[in-house]
Every structure is written in structure tokens, then in C-alpha cells.
Write a protein that binds this ligand. Sequence first.
Ligand SMILES: C[S@@+](CC[C@H](N)C(=O)[O-])C[C@H]1O[C@@H](n2cnc3c(N)ncnc32)[C@H](O)[C@@H]1O
Length: 648
Amino acid sequence: MPLGERSGDDKNDSRYCGVETDFNDDMPHLLSFNLHGGFDFVVAPLMDPTYRPSLLENGSNGAGVLPFAGSDLVLSPAQWSGHVVGKISSWIDLDSEDEMVRKDSEIALKQEISWASHLSLQACILPTPKGSSCANYARCVNQILQNLTSMQLWLRIPLEKSDDDSGNENPDHKIDSWDLWNSFRLLCEHHSQLSVALDVLCSLPSANSLGRWFGESVRAAMISTNSFLTNARGYPCLSKRHQKLIVGFFNHSIQMVICGEQVHSLCPGNPDSRANNTDNHNEGVHLHPLRSYLDYVAYLYQRMDPLPEQERFEFGYRDYLQSPLQPLMDNLEAQTYETFEKDTVKYIQYQRAISKALLERVPDEEATTNTTVLMVVGAGRGPLVRAALQAAEETGRKLRVYAVEKNPNAIVTLHSLVKLECWEEVVTIVACDMRCWNAPEKADILVSELLGSFGDNELSPECLDGAQRFLKPDGISIPSSYTSFIQPITASKLYNDVKSHKDLLHFETAYVVKLHRVARLAPSQPVFTFAHPEYSTKRNDRYKKLHFEIPCDTGSAMIHGFAGYFDAILYKDVHLGIEPSTATPNMFSWFPIFFPLRTPVCVQPGVPLIVHLWRCCGSTKVWYEWCVSSPVSSPVHNTNGRSYWVGL
Ligand SMILES: C[S@@+](CC[C@H](N)C(=O)[O-])C[C@H]1O[C@@H](n2cnc3c(N)ncnc32)[C@H](O)[C@@H]1O
């Protein structure tokens, strides 16, 4: 399936590379020539470019036949849908000053899309809007989108932005093609079947500016042969920056399309190329004039590192919205525990923290006489009990362990584990909610892992507040504190997925999601911190106002919501977390959280983005509310926890 996506374990070819062609009414020949040339699909005009509706009587040639590139029968349905992307006539200009051109454009656009739908093409490329005003074009495309079944429309946008340090203060001279895309998609109400085909040119904008596009719905990169350099042997190659961009496109399942004429004389198939003439002669094969561009792109793909094991494991979760767990209100299932337990990195960090705490709490000379009371609260099926016992063995300290767990199903596993591992002498199992347990003695160390993707969102603060009654006054909590973080992101796929539910509830819910097709627009900032034990009368309600600055060279950008993370200090310098700049490597227990915005907010360079976040506590639930107050005010999301809350 050529118009597909990169799969988790399949990276060793460059299957998704197309070629842009001119109009040719011999579609079977056009397709076979290009497929034999090594391309997977063609981006081909569907209609004779000389055709204008107004030149033909009644919009047809009199016989009622429009000048399309052959009939639907010239290719099989599988060939049409799997190997042809329709290229809508580039002359169309729906915002022309000339009314005749506007009218002709509208008729032609609708005819071509209707034909493409009839052929079941997967996508059509729409020409770049001719001027900065595109309202009529967008209106017409939006009308079409309302009736399209599954076909995608890819709006062709040149990848260009003038530098902010170009010295040109006149805003009319500043080009940022992202603005054109943004106007168009706003006019089309963020329609999920409207995407971008980016024209990659010789020069590239700044890295920050390019980064924005990875959160947008970009489906194809049109790489002009003019943007290739020439290597020492005369073959096409790309600049380092272009290479990096192309690899980024591959990573985001963006299809490549080679466009333009052959401009490198050594391209295979070129009669001037002696070496290639020989090859052609010897092998008796036809080589496509753009083959060496395709080979170079394929080489970049093949040179990419294979996905690390963890990324492969997480591949199927990319950009897939999940409801956060509610481990307090619900009982976790065996499968969920099993996934946790595979994350050895997490338990290694806990073991390191417990070892450190044991060594500091019990001096060497008391190692054999002093027994430390350690309570694992929220023990699940026992991995933290094991980590504690291994820490005791490693440090030569003596332990008495209580494993407190409120899930009766996990208690069954804990009992069998204690027998299997011969822990009877050391471990006592307590089937109880930690907030109501009457402990027989006080703990030196309280170990818990009640953390959600946003740190406190699985109600660790409330549970540990309830458990600290049985911690000695000088006792240690592992973790000792945790902090949540957020950052603004462009995430058009996530936004459309939330929007597809067509209700307020989904826009006011936080999701757990393996973020992939997103642009992180500013460094993350800390939000709420909780420390344990907490003996002050401080409540667990919180409020934070955050100012984000999007780097100026990014240009304008769309904020679809906020990515949330956490970092936890387990003990002293031992931490674990998922905040990108300090994330614990190879740990997979937590994906980030996503707080969506009901209406995406466009931020201009230099204008601060002000975000407010509240953690609210009621007698039966805890919830977050959030809003933006600059550059525009959004509604406060999730007032009173009406859509999303965590049960106490
Ligand atoms: C995120 S899981 C961690 C389980 C285990 N420690 C691990 O690392 O695999 C949290 C566990 O805490 C338990 N839990 C949550 N709140 C609790 C409470 N108030 N009292 C007792 N157990 C609780 C849940 O049932 C769940 O088994």
C-alpha cells in the first residue's frame, strides 16, 4: 500500500515516494513508466490544463465529455486509489479579480474533485492560493469538504518564511507561508480532511519555524529537483539541513514527492552519462530520469537508525488519546499491573532511592541490630516490595515490610508472591485503603508510586496525606516530592480527534497520549509541587499562572493545547520523570498528558501566551480547570469538574 505510513518494524525501504508528472492522457503508460522507474505513486493532473469551462459550451465539449486523463476504466480501482494522487489544475484562481476566472475556477475545481472521488483517489493536491487573500477558494473547498467521503485534500504550501533579522521592517515584505495555511484552515474550520503538501525549496527557514509544521497535518513533502545540490561525482544530494528535514518527514510518516525536471546531468537514464548508458545497456532496463533523486531520498531513509526497542513498543500508541487511569476509584487490571512491572528502569530508580535512604538512616554499626520499618502503600502486585527487599540486601540493612493495597485482586497476587518468594518472615500484607488503616507501628520509610502523567493527577497527595499518620516524625517518604510541568503544543491531529466527539465533555478532559505529531512551542514550565510528608495545614488546591514566550524566529503558531509531564524526587538526587529535558531514559510507565483547548489559539511572535491552571479539591473528587488569557481569552475549561475529574 504505497500511500501508507511507516510502521513500527518496517523501515528498510523507501516505499512512499511519489513523483509529480505533467498531464498525460495515457494514464496506463504514465503509471507504468513511473512505477517501473521505482516510484510508488504519481501526482498527476486529472484534467487537460488547456480546458476552461467557459470556453466549452455548457461546461463540456458538446458531447458531454470533460477532457480528463482517460476514462475510469484505463486503470483498475486499486491502481487509481493506491498509486495516483490527483493534481488539481494549477491555473485555478478562486480569488481572482476577474469574475470569469473565478467562475471557471470554481466549476473546474468541483469537476476535478468530483472525478477524483469517482475514481476513489486517496488524495488530491490543491494548488497554492495565488495571493494572500484566499477566502473564496477556502469557501469553495469547505463546501467540497462537507460532502467528501474519505478523500483527503492536500493544500500545496511553499515552505518559506523570511528571516526576522533580514532588516526589512515592512510587514508586506515579510513572508510566512504558515500564515497562508493558517488562514485557509481557519476558514475551513480545521476540517480533518484538509492537510498540507509542503513544497520544499532551495533555502529553508529556521529550525524553530520548520518545527511548527510537525504539529500540523502535513501529508506530503514536494521536493523540487532544484533544491538538490551536486556531489563530487555529479550526483544529486541535499544540504545537511535539508537532510535533517527529510528525516524528520520520514519520522512523521510524511510522503515524499520528487518534483520538477532532471537538473543533474549524471542522472541515470541521461544519455550524456557514460556510466549510466553502460548500465542501461547491460541490464537492458529503462531508468527513470529522476531515479537518482529517488535513490538519494531512499538512501536517506535507509541510513536512518532503526527505531529503538521502546519506540517500537510504543509505536501503536502514537497520538492515540487514552483516558487517564483512576487507580483510587477503580481497581487496576492484571494486564495494567503487568505493563507496569515490565518497566525495570522505574524499579531500579526506586531501589536506588531506598538503598540511599537506608544507608543514611541506619549507620553501619547498627546494621544488624536496627530493623527499619518500611511500608509500601499502594503495593499493587509487589514490585516495590521486591525493590525494597533488594535494597536491604544490597545495603545489608534489616527490614520489616508492610505491603498495603486496597485492590482485593492484587492482594490475591501479593499473598501468593509472599509464599513463592519466602517473604513470610519479613512482609505483612494489609488489605486496606491507606487512608483508613490503623497501623500497628509507625514507619521509618513510606514508599509509594501513586503518580500519574501529571504527577498529582492520580491523587497521590490525598492518599499520602492520609497515610502520613503512620510515618515517624523523622520518617522519610519516597517520593519526597513531585512537580508537574506543561508546555504549549501544536497538535492538529489530537485536536481533530477530540473534536470528532462533537461534545464539550471531550474538550474538557485531560488525555494520556504518546505525543508524536506535535510541535513543542516553548520549554515546559513547572506547575504544581507536592512534598511529603506535609505537616502544614496547606490544602491540596493549587493555582498557577504561566507566561510562555514562543521564540521569535518560530513565527506565528497555533496552540491546540498543552502537554503535561511530571518529575519526581524519590530521595535526594534520585529522581524519575518524563519532563522532556530531564526524562528518565528508557522508562515507559507514563506517557504525557494532554490538556486540549476548545478553540485553538494563534500566538504571534513576541506576544506572551498566558495560561492559568487550577487544581481543585471537593469532598468526593479532584479536578483541573484551565484557560488562556493572552493573546485572547478562552473560556475556563472544566468548571466545577463538570466534564473530567478524579474520584477520591
Ligand atoms: C500506580 S499503581 C502502582 C502499583 C505498584 N506499586 C507498582 O509499582 O507496580 C498504584 C497502586 O496503588 C493502589 N492504591 C491507590 N490508592 C490507594 C489507597 N488509597 N490505598 C491503598 N492502595 C491504593 C492501587 O490499587 C494500585 O495498586
